[in-house]
Design a binder for this molecule. Structure first.
Ligand code: 13P
Length: 349
């Protein structure tokens, strides 16, 4: 299957009442791990690359690795997404390269650190929406500001400093015409999200539910959604790592989100933890090893296991064959004639 529009993938998820994991990649093994899991569970999937990933791997390498994934797995719908674009130019370059979806994170200024005003956010996001929709490409926006820092991008802090205001979310969605909306509900990027199992005082699922009630047809996105499982932390620490005690977003809270309009769930840290633990284990137990394949293979397997588990938990498992790709050209026509602005490609459940 050719790369599909993320809008189609999320509309189908809304119809089926499930969520889709968006997994970050930087290299070949991570892409292979995701595709292995997608094949194993028969799942549609979103593969996403941050600006840092694009710089690390070099655009062409990363893009062609993902094209290889599509070519080798014609039965799996894959959306290729720019994670946290910091400017119009970043999103434009991803679209010109062939990404089928971009995030314009206008919640921060172009430096990727300083919170932007509502007006600045609306202006840059709207500009990206116009450019992207003309080409059939999906746009995710962000209102409110997430905590933490990922690949140098982020305002830092706990995630509670700029929780999304539901009234602003409605205004933002209407003014910009985004296809998907990332909201801030107390989560943050990275391993250190919460100091204990989160409750409603730090993880604002009530805000998410309030936003969904006001915007029932907008696909909501949960960032910073790694669960940071204790068993993955333990493997790292057992083999010489030094992670401090920490908690992520419990899977049952994500599932509550999915029942309330969340269609895209961003996961990066859990995969990083799984790979690092597997590599540490090999090098700790067999210090004589020096062939990268001796530790990259177990690392890839460990990531595949986590991704397959999330695909099952988010409900996307089993849905790869539900639909055929609608071409980006057709999607662009839908944006142009207004039909995709006012209604999804398929009706939600
Ligand atoms: P985690 O750090 O929780 O995996 O979040 C990743 C993310 O939101 C990428 O945009």
């Amino acid at each position: 299957m050719p790369l599909v529009s993320m809008r189609q993938l999320l509309d189908e998820a809304a119809k089926g009442g499930y969520g889709v994991g968006a997994f970050n990649v930087n290299d070949m093994e991570q892409i292979q791990a995701i595709m292995g899991a997608a094949k194993e569970t028969n799942s549609p999937v979103i593969i996403q690359a941050s600006r840092g990933a694009r710089a690390f791997a070099q655009d062409k390498y990363l893009f062609h690795l993902i094209l290889a994934a599509a070519e080798l797995n014609p039965e799996i719908p894959i959306a290729m997404h720019q994670d946290h674009g910091n400017s119009f130019e970043t999103c434009k370059s991803a679209i010109e390269l062939g990404y089928t979806s971009v995030m314009m994170d206008g919640s921060l200024k172009e430096d990727g650190k300083t919170p932007a005003s509502f007006e600045e956010n609306v202006a840059v996001t709207k500009r990206v929406v116009e450019f992207a929709h003309e080409r059939g490409v999906t746009v995710e926006g962000e209102i409110g500001v997430l905590g933490g820092v990922e690949d140098g991008h982020g305002a830092g802090g706990t995630g509670l400093e700029h929780v999304t205001d539901p009234d602003q979310a409605v205004e933002f969605a209407e003014l910009t015409g985004v296809d998907a909306l990332a909201i801030a509900i107390g989560t943050s990027h990275g391993a250190y999200k919460f100091t204990k199992k989160p409750d409603g005082s730090v993880l604002k699922m009530d805000v998410l539910i309030a936003i969904h009630k006001r915007l029932p047809n907008t696909h909501l996105v949960m960032h910073g959604s790694s669960s940071v499982p204790k068993d993955l932390q333990d493997v790292i620490n057992k083999y010489g790592g030094k992670l401090k005690e920490t908690w992520g977003v419990p899977v049952e809270e994500i599932q509550l989100g999915i029942r309330n309009g969340v269609r895209k769930i961003n996961v990066d840290t859990d995969n990083r933890l799984a790979m690092t633990g597997a590599i540490r284990k090999v090098l700790w137990e067999q210090p004589e090893k020096f062939d990268p394949r001796d530790y990259m293979k177990p690392a890839r397997e460990a990531m595949q296991k986590v991704v397959a588990q999330r695909m099952t938990q988010f409900g996307q498992a089993g849905h790869a064959g539900d639909y055929k790709a609608v071409s980006i050209v057709e999607i662009a026509k839908g944006y142009k004639d207004g039909s995709l602005k006012t209604k999804p490609l398929v009706a939600a459940k």
